[in-house]
Design a protein around this ligand. Structure first.
Ligand code: PLP
Length: 380
């Protein structure tokens, strides 16, 4: 249940709209609960893409969460710059991105960077360039968990690829990566069965590698839908990599209702027009809230639970509600995004609220493909 009393700011007069607001107590509860569900801070490798802020990573470090995951090189650099020592770049690196990785390895020589490899092209592309530069990076082999996005299918080609990684001078084998992000079924039992069926395929393949004399030092698996299920398995050296659980969102809240987590970020928006009858217009267009969810299902309004989204354009959202007559022009409303990760990337900063007061403003530092200071550097 999303409780409107969780999203209160005593004085909103100076809050810009649309803007993001982080409710610190909810963030703290989500961090503590994710660590508990993972089985300890050393079993959580959070994906930073959800929030992209230095301050939340710093808080995770304080809580003992030392291994992190990211998708972009800007996220990797942000993590390294604030002292994270173990960074998995969970995105296939091709083209000039391999050179940028090599530059990061040189610049942050004490950091352990790891990458994902799911094809011979990636293995040789990354391995050869690093070897030419006298460097090495650890690589996880990315397996296709049934999500059919990236990852090599389990089978003989995967064993050959693992062998290629082991024998590449520019690569050191880190283990296996299994991201089953498609397992987001609303019915918990259905999701659990799908997660564990997939996991059986995974463990059979892992055992095959071991029988062939390979080592599998680490396993990184899953996101918000599956991590708590896999945390119950006996897999040794398992790290779980949910990202969304840090901030949570309206979609996860609906699908993963078994988790004791709450959306910690709201979009603050204001009524800008009365558009007739039961309709009002808010200033939360899709430049301030992710539009990757189907139209009509992009936001949830805790204080207007019957709001129906009827028109969403760049700067405007028209809603229909029985409360239209009570909503005044200029009135502020909190909205929970159904997909928080891309929503965060649409904003430069986020206001931080503690005890109903705005106490800080954090930069969403890795929202761009490059950190701001990249442009000034000739080597990039
Ligand atoms: C490779 C990878 N790992 C982990 C995550 C985190 O998953 P979730 O957002 O379900 O927490 C994602 C999310 O897209 C991902 O792509």
């Amino acid at each position: 249940m999303i409780d409107p009393s969780d999203y209160v700011v005593s004085d909103t007069r100076e809050l810009l709209s649309p803007s993001l607001v982080l409710f610190r107590d909810l963030l703290e509860k989500n961090l503590a609960e994710t660590i508990r569900l993972c089985g300890g801070p050393d079993r959580w490798r959070p994906h930073v893409k959800t929030h992209k802020t230095r301050e939340i990573v710093q808080r995770q470090l304080e809580l003992g969460v030392t291994k992190h995951k990211c998708a972009t090189l800007a996220e990797a650099e942000m993590l390294a710059a604030i002292g994270v020592q173990d960074i998995l770049i969970a995105y296939p690196l091709v083209g000039p991105n391999i050179r940028l990785l090599s530059n990061l390895i040189e610049q942050y020589s004490k950091v352990r960077f790891t990458v994902l490899v799911d094809s011979p092209e990636l293995a040789t592309g990354i391995g050869d360039l690093l070897a030419q530069r006298g460097q090495q990076v650890s690589a996880f082999m990315d397996l296709n968990s049934g999500m059919n996005r990236t990852g090599v299918f389990v089978g003989p080609a995967a064993i050959e690829l693992y062998d290629l990684i082991v024998n590449s001078p520019g690569l050191a084998v880190a283990g296996l990566h299994w991201y089953d992000g498609h397992n987001r079924q609303e019915d918990f039992e259905e999701r659990q069965t799908a997660v564990l069926t997939g996991w059986e395929h995974f463990t059979k393949f892992r055992d095959q590698l071991l029988m062939n004399g390979f080592e599998v030092p680490q396993v990184v698996a899953s996101g918000s839908g599956a991590f708590a299920i896999l945390a119950q398995t006996e897999e040794p050296n398992l790290e779980l990599s949910p990202g969304t659980t840090t901030l949570f969102d309206a979609d996860c809240n609906e699908r993963m209702s078994e988790l004791n987590l709450r959306p910690a970020v709201a979009v603050f928006t204001r009524v800008v027009s009365h558009s007739g009858g039961r309709r009002v217009t808010l200033d939360v267009g899709h430049k301030s809230c992710a539009a990757d969810q189907p139209a009509g299902r992009r936001l949830f309004f805790p204080s207007i639970p019957d709001a129906q989204e009827v028109q969403h354009t760049e700067e405007h959202l028209v809603i229909e509600t029985s409360a239209a007559g009570d909503l005044e022009i200029g009135q502020g409303v909190f909205a929970i995004s159904r997909h928080i990760c891309p929503t965060m990337a649409l904003h430069e900063t986020i206001s931080v609220v503690e005890g109903g007061e705005v106490v800080d403003c954090w930069e969403i530092a890795a929202r761009n493909r490059r950190l701001k200071n990249y442009a000034a550097r000739s080597e990039f």
